[in-house]
Ligand binder design. Structure first.
Ligand code: G3P
Ligand code: CA
Length: 285
């Protein structure tokens, strides 16, 4: 079946376009997604949140300030008012080397618009973002994915830092492959062990086979950071090996430096989230 094909394909290395090809174009907007598609990525990664009127949109921050010309909490805006915002000009100002006047005025996208644009041939790696802010987010997402036939076509992974959110999705549709996100901090002088953000798993130096197996009850993989504040490495080859020995895939975010990408490839990681899929493709091909 297509769903089994997806699981088989996940055994090979996956290029995951983080918020689209977001190094090249404004994150989560059509130009970034189209560029990623043209680069031939395996998955489009998107963060999904909910508008004041219950629509699902692709957007990372809880506030709209950084990536639009508006101000405030996303959840306070209707879809119509979000659609009126400019979600591209900030990119041109922040990244003049990559600026393109076509990016000015691009819109925030709904999940439905993304799926209708790219269809079931594309694969989507969707994060339930800040799910505690959005009661009903999981139900709305699963309903939308099922309505478009994306689960049976093997076109979607759902990821979250929230174990509770993933378990809700699992209860709604047990066929959706899930990835548990974690975010590791470095060991500091005054901490007894590595601290982990969600409370789902112990730090990478203390994680046990049983911890990985508990994640494997609902998830096909773990998504972890490689570094803290860009330079402090928080996982190593042994962490990846142990996760894989417990039948979990390991996907690492967000890696844009080719030397770091190559290190992870050498470690045998199963996938990398990157803002620059072109750089990763150059190493994988
Ligand atoms: O979803 C993987 C990675 O994107 C998690 O971090 O903050 O970029 O959503 P963030
Ligand atoms: Ca994400």
């Amino acid at each position: 079946s297509p769903l089994q094909q997806q699981l088989d394909d996940l055994q090979a290395f996956q290029v995951i376009a983080h918020r689209g090809a977001s190094g090249h174009a404004p994150e989560q907007t059509l130009p970034a997604l189209e560029l990623a598609h043209e680069m031939g990525v395996d998955y489009l990664e998107l963060d999904i949140q909910m508008t004041a009127d219950g629509e699902l949109v692709a957007f990372h921050d809880e506030r709209i300030d950084r990536t639009t010309d508006g101000e405030g909490e996303l959840r306070d805006f209707t879809l119509e008012s979000l659609k009126a915002l400019d979600a591209g000009s900030w990119f041109n100002a922040a990244y003049p080397d990559y600026a393109d006047e076509a990016y000015a005025g691009v819109e925030i996208l709904t999940l439905g618009e993304v799926i209708e644009h790219f269809g079931t041939e594309m694969r989507y790696y969707l994060e339930t973002k800040s799910p505690e802010l959005y009661p009903g987010l999981e139900e709305a997402m699963v309903e939308e994915l099922e309505a478009h036939g994306l689960v049976e076509s093997g076109s979607v992974i759902i990821q979250s830092f929230s174990q509770e959110s993933l378990q809700k999705v699992h209860a709604l549709n047990a066929d959706i492959p899930l990835v548990q996100l974690v975010w590791y901090y470095p060991e500091s002088d005054d901490s007894e062990r590595l601290v982990e953000w969600t409370g789902v798993t112990p730090g990478p130096s203390e994680i046990t086979d049983a911890d990985f197996q508990a994640m494997g009850e609902y998830a096909v993989g773990i998504g972890t950071n490689l570094t803290y504040q860009d330079d402090l490495q928080v996982i190593d080859a042994a962490f990846i090996e142990q996760a894989q020995a417990n039948d979990l895939l390991v996907h690492v975010y967000t890696v844009n430096d080719p030397a770091e990408m190559q290190k992870l490839l050498d470690w045998g990681v199963d996938g990398i989230f990157t803002d620059f899929p072109d750089r990763l493709n150059a190493l994988v091909d």
